[in-house]
Design a binder for this molecule. Structure first.
Ligand code: MLT
Length: 323
């Protein structure tokens, strides 16, 4: 029976052109579940550009924003498993969202074939440049005093910016007024324009604006400072050691995408991450590149399960849900 099934699979692979060994024979759609110009989009475009050269086909980024990234992620989960629709997921879509959406139409651990980790992205607490507090200690006092008068920008319930600020707000005992956007790209524009007060965001979205002085950075929530922003203190140095959080971006294909296709995509991703120019672009933005072990499909599968397990109790105990 088993040998019959293997023979049938082999026949199918040769009978359907463009399936396994010829792949890819046409452009690949890379879904970014947030607005253009934000961290997910930036990482997707940097790695996608190099991967398309390796694969000999265009990788076309499609921004499918909405519902904290879950709209584009659902679209990917329901796409044909042929390697022509893949997505850039992240800590929100594949870690936090299941705890917040009771009716989520996908399971991050079951409905995708992991392709590989693209970059780790430390979280920073940032504010409009003229917000009165000059450092994190002052911000904490100010936030407690202002509470709901303070506006917090985020990219929708379950997004990285939302979940990581839920963690911060619980720790500080504050309830700022949330202002949702279709991504932290547009949210950052409003932060620069002074329309909102603060946000918790991924470093790759922020380095240029912090260096230019158009927003202020209170701290990076990782044990060590980022080499991309050596002047920004860690939360530990700045007086809030318990606030430790980092995010990540990784590629996924719909469940049942053939193994040979995800292997090819993984190899192209790994090649991109070892290319000097691509590496430099990610590192200059503060991205943390996965080591050799962390670049495999298996590592991502295990990591996603651990992220869901990590975020579920944190968010459930915060009592936040999306209706
Ligand atoms: C998030 O908060 O999840 C991200 O910043 C989304 C984005 O890429 O805009």
């Amino acid at each position: 029976m088993k040998s019959l099934l293997i023979a049938a699979a082999a026949l199918l692979a040769t009978a359907v052109p463009g399936l396994a060994q010829d792949y890819p024979t046409k452009p690949i759609t890379l879904i970014v579940p947030f607005a253009a110009g934000g961290p997910t989009d930036v990482v997707a475009r940097i790695v996608g550009e190099h991967m398309s050269r390796t694969l000999g086909q265009q990788i076309v980024v499609e921004n499918v924003a909405g519902a904290g990234g879950t709209t584009g992620t659902t679209r990917t989960a329901q796409a044909a498993p042929d390697g022509y629709t893949i997505m850039m997921g992240h800590m929100g879509t594949h870690g936090a969202a299941p705890a917040l959406y009771p009716n989520l139409k996908y399971d991050p651990t079951k409905d995708f074939e992991p392709i590989g980790m693209a970059a780790g992205t430390p979280i920073l607490i940032v504010a409009r440049k003229d917000l009165p507090p000059k450092d994190l200690k002052e911000f904490v006092a100010y936030a407690k005093q202002q509470n709901d008068k303070l506006n917090e920008a985020h990219a929708g319930i379950g997004s990285v910016s939302h979940s990581t600020c839920v963690m911060l707000n619980v720790q500080l005992g504050i309830k700022p007024t949330a202002v949702p956007y279709k991504g932290t790209g547009p949210a950052l524009n409003d932060l620069v324009a002074g329309q909102v007060d603060f946000m918790c965001d991924q470093i790759v979205n922020l380095v240029e604006q912090i260096k230019a002085g158009s927003i202020k950075a209170y701290a990076v929530a990782t044990p060590d400072r980022s080499p991309a922003l050596p002047d920004v203190p860690t939360t530990k140095e700045a007086g809030l050691p318990e606030y430790q959080v980092s995010a990540w971006n990784a590629l996924f294909a719909p469940k049942a995408t053939p193994d040979s296709i995800t292997a090819k995509l993984n190899a192209a991703l790994v090649k991109a991450l070892t290319d000097e120019n691509t590496k430099k672009r990610l590192l200059d933005l503060g991205g943390v590149l996965p080591d050799e072990k962390g670049r495999t499909r298996e590592a991502l599968k295990t990591f996603v399960a651990s992220e869901v397990a990590r975020w579920t109790p944190v968010l459930k105990s915060a009592g936040v849900t999306a209706q």
